[in-house]
Design a protein. Structure first.
Length: 180
């Protein structure tokens, strides 16, 4: 199905796979190829780009920015299941499988902060060391984690040890990718 749109306003986008920030002008014709984790992957005559979900209005899409309210940060630690579910909303814009099922998340550690609330430290890797989208994916993960009740702060680190390989993909992820 062809999902071609005309941008209603200038929008900030990220060039895939380089990770270079760029502006796409109002009136640019784009084709939406993926809607992943609330973000959009689009093709233009200049290449493939990622547009953040908060800029979906430029594509004629509804924008929903779910943020945790202050009363959700009541001092209780975040639930582990909620953290993993939040991370399942994060995608590499080129791959239609979330970072959890790709096996990119290596660790999630919660610690209580002296000033109150909880800080989450996460180590993740990428499918390739040269992936320019790494910072954008890490920022998406940070944003999703900070929406989970109980998380006051999140830090996402990209690590390379152990090196990622396809054996780390979950069975569900392998089915989506046609590897089983």
């Amino acid at each position: 199905m062809d999902d071609t749109r005309t941008l209603s306003r200038e929008v900030e986008a990220t060039l895939i796979p380089q990770g270079t920030p760029m502006s796409l002008p109002e009136g640019e014709t784009v084709t939406i190829t993926h809607r992943l984790g609330g973000n959009f992957t689009v093709m233009t005559h200049n290449g493939m780009f990622r547009i953040k979900g908060v800029d979906g209005d430029a594509l004629g899409e509804d924008v929903t920015e779910a943020a945790a309210s202050e009363d959700e940060h009541d001092g209780s630690p975040p639930e582990k299941d909620a953290l993993w579910e939040a991370l399942k909303k994060v995608f590499d814009p080129e791959i239609p499988v979330n970072i959890v099922d790709l096996g990119l998340v290596y660790s999630l550690n919660t610690k209580e902060r002296l000033e109150g609330g909880h800080k989450l430290d996460m180590d993740m890797t990428l499918t390739a060391p040269g992936c320019g989208m790494g910072p954008a994916i890490a920022e998406d993960a940070k944003g999703q984690l900070e929406r989970v009740p109980g998380v006051s702060e999140a830090e996402v680190n990209i690590v390379w040890d152990p090196p990622w390989n396809q054996d780390m993909i979950s069975e569900e992820g392998k089915m989506v990718l046609g590897l089983v």
